[in-house]
Design a protein around this ligand. Structure first.
Ligand SMILES: CC[C@H](C(=O)O)C(=O)SCCNC(=O)CCNC(=O)[C@H](O)C(C)(C)COP(=O)(O)OP(=O)(O)OC[C@H]1O[C@@H](n2cnc3c(N)ncnc32)[C@H](O)[C@@H]1OP(=O)(O)O
Ligand SMILES: [Co+2]
Length: 133
């Protein structure tokens, strides 16, 4: 695994949270992108070599909606960049981690992504992501 590519934060409303994080980080949001496959609307901030990814649910069945219902707003996941997501998924599976998708899914910000179940990662939702070349 390479660097922390982004930290995902679940929010109720990007309309409220984007200006808040622009004030907090003193950095403009550089991209807003809807990912229908995850039923989320995202907003990205570059912070040094890593990013903040704000996530708002677009449908009630969204994982973000369920998270917000159960836990409220807050840190949702940590995403690590990998060079070869398929090789990393195979390695992680062999190490006994539970992958939440059999193949990489299309994520935001031109990435392929896969999540690991938090029950095997000390309660932290981990995402691995690879730049689509
Ligand atoms: C737009 C793409 C973008 C990108 O970077 O490109 C994204 O990051 S998309 C982000 C949203 N998508 C996902 O999160 C997909 C992966 N998540 C899932 O498959 C589910 O959310 C899952 C399996 C983690 C939880 O499923 P669900 O909420 O339906 O089940 P439970 O509520 O029963 O939760 C089971 C168990 O997990 C704990 N949990 C849930 N979410 C988190 C979390 N974010 N961090 C840590 N722990 C989490 C939950 O508390 C339950 O634990 P328990 O001890 O049983 O109470
Ligand atoms: Co993410």
């Amino acid at each position: 695994m390479l660097n922390v590519e982004h930290i995902g934060i679940a929010v109720n409303s990007l309309e409220i949270s984007v200006p808040l994080f622009e004030k907090l980080l003193h950095t403009p949001c550089y991209k807003r992108e809807e990912v229908t496959g995850e039923a989320v609307q995202t907003a990205f901030f570059q912070q040094g070599s890593t990013k903040i990814e704000l996530l708002e649910a677009t449908r009630p069945e969204s994982p973000i909606a369920r998270f917000l219902d159960k836990k409220g707003e807050g840190i949702h996941h940590i995403a690590f960049e990998v060079a070869d997501i398929e090789a990393e998924m195979k390695r992680l599976q062999e190490e006994g981690f539970v992958l939440l998708s059999e193949t990489p899914k299309r994520g935001a910000d031109n990435k392929l992504i896969c999540f690991l179940h938090p029950k095997n990662t000390n309660g932290v939702l981990i995402e691995i992501c690879q730049e689509i070349r």
